[in-house]
Design a protein around this ligand. Structure first.
Ligand code: NAD
Length: 484
């Protein structure tokens, strides 16, 4: 397979919050990897902008150390790190004051692609957008990248959209959801829309149900104060799981272009039913042997925030009526695992008799670990024992199927930043999409807040609360096991 790395146009990328955790762990190491891949043209520059009195050299040292820490050893070397960090600059800027803006205006070039990455808390988005505009730093094609959380409800999301819209067009705003940058997520679209095999069966007539799981082993230790105001519903379901649901459920767009794809996702969100209380299970991890519980991490001894949620979601449209989507996400679970599982219906009649067993095809799209897909098909068990059926996997682990290059696929942040520079918004959320997602989410949260519901405690390292298992059992179904 021939690698097709196409360098992007010359650019100035300004990272507001360039000294923060996200910049150090993801954005800057990601840019280094694109540099190694030959995708950054010679005159591309990256400018860190944050509070703190750093020189260019201090910032370069900091980024060099971040690369050492976050890029695997076999993917870095001292010479390329040195070349990469020579492209870096730093400007001390106060988002809420006047410091640094004139210096930034002088440094940023007007005749190259401009991208401004807001890797700071959302309370600063408005200040940054306004000052970029006021100081005439951004040109008419400049791109703004904004991080999650995009609001905490419909009202705050609308306010954020309005403040960005007062200085920039929607076509310049890139709301990032890094799940959309994952190779497998895009492959879901390729599998659905580039093959005739699946699409005719991709509906309630042939699909029994869909499961979307994002399981984490980490706790909220260290960021309990933030997480306690958010919870799993706001932190994961409203954005990441919602996006995965949309890509699974949407109608084929007429073209693979930003608005065609986002129009179809928006229609899915608008077709989601309100979720009745009996279809929601919330959980909170308790303490375990030698590990603290959520309450110890939250700072609020009476916290009712959920670190786990499972829900059954129905979509009211012709394609999906009658096929539930079960969503599940949580912290401190048994394993770190994200996947979408499409379980097809069984054959209408088995010609092989009851002894052969009943079987359903299952398509699993794995986001982590080991990005890939797996389709279970039913065949005859080999041997002379008569017609007994067995399920076997048609495994499409990318690394196995596509060779060493598949192991070198860019991570989500790398791909998304390059899409920003190319000016491609397909994998970014549009303002109306985010608002529609909040409009669905808000009444669900309001419901349990008004009732004063307390999440159920679950054991750390488990599958979540027992009731989450019951959510499927009562429908005669089972969750796929959360496993390593
Ligand atoms: P952080 O606290 O580690 O870093 C914040 C950065 O903002 C620092 O560089 C700081 O100097 C800068 N800053 C703060 N106030 C400023 C001001 N007034 N003017 C200029 N710069 C200022 O935060 P983080 O973890 O890097 O997160 C940044 C954003 O990304 C947040 O919105 C967060 O929700 C989001 N996010 C973070 C992660 C993550 O893994 N860290 C993941 C997803 C989204």
């Amino acid at each position: 397979m021939v690698s097709r790395i196409i360098p992007v146009e010359p650019f100035d990328l300004v990272i507001f919050g360039g000294t923060g955790d996200l910049a150090r762990r993801k954005i800057l190491p990601g840019l280094y990897r694109r540099f190694c891949a030959g995708q950054m043209p010679d005159d591309a520059r990256v400018i860190g902008a944050a509070r703190g009195d750093l020189s260019d050299d201090d910032f370069r040292d900091m980024v060099g150390a971040a690369i050492e820490e976050f890029v695997p050893k076999d993917r870095r070397d001292a010479k390329t790190i040195k070349e990469f960090i020579s492209r870096l600059h730093f400007v001390t800027v106060d988002a809420k004051g006047t410091d640094g803006w004139d210096a930034l205006a002088k440094l940023v070039r007007k005749d190259v692609v401009q991208a401004f990455y807001f890797s700071v808390g959302p309370s600063l988005f408005g200040d940054l957008a306004t000052r970029l505009h006021k100081h005439k730093i951004a040109n008419a094609e400049a791109r703004l990248v904004v991080e999650k959380p995009f609001g905490r409800d419909l009202e705050t999301a609308k306010a954020l959209n309005a403040v960005l819209a007062s200085s920039f067009d929607e076509g310049q705003i890139y709301r990032i959801d890094h799940y959309l940058g994952k190779e497998t997520v895009q492959n879901l679209m390729a599998v659905r829309f580039a093959n005739v095999l699946f699409e005719p069966l991709w509906n309630a007539q042939y699909i029994d149900h869909v499961q979307i799981t994002v399981a984490e082993t980490v706790s909220v230790d260290g960021r309990g104060a933030y997480y306690d105001k958010s919870g799993a519903m706001r932190d994961m379901v409203q954005n990441h799981l919602m996006q995965l649901l949309c890509l699974t459920a949407m109608e084929p767009p007429s073209r693979f272009d930003p608005d065609a794809v986002r129009d179809e996702k928006l229609k899915v969100i608008r077709a989601l039913d309100a979720v009745p209380v009996e279809n929601i299970v919330r959980g909170q991890y308790g303490p375990g042997d030698d590990v603290e519980g959520y309450v110890e991490h939250s700072e609020n001894p009476d916290t009712k925030t959920e670190s786990f949620i499972a829900m059954k979601v129905d979509i009211s449209n012709w394609r999906w009526k009658g096929t539930p989507f079960y969503l599940r996400t949580g912290k401190r679970l048994k394993a770190r695992m994200s996947e979408i599982v499409i379980t097809f219906k069984e054959t209408p009649h088995s010609i092989f008799g009851e002894d052969a067993g009943s079987h359903a095809n299952v398509l699993t799209i794995r986001l982590q670990p080991d990005e890939g897909m797996d389709l279970r098909v039913t065949i005859k068990e080999p041997g002379p024992g008569g017609m007994r059926l067995v399920d076997v996997p048609l495994d499409m682990t990318f690394a196995d199927a596509l060779g060493p290059e598949a192991e070198d696929v860019p991570d989500a942040y790398e791909r998304l930043i390059m899409d920003v520079i190319r000016g491609n918004q397909t994998l970014f959320m549009r303002g109306d999409e985010v608002e529609a997602a909040w409009a669905w989410t808000d009444p669900i949260i309001a419901g349990w807040t008004e009732r004063g519901d307390r999440p159920q405690s679950y054991e750390p390292g488990s599958f979540g609360p027992e009731d989450a298992l019951m959510l499927l059992h009562r429908d005669g179904r089972r969750w796929r096991e959360i496993r390593k």
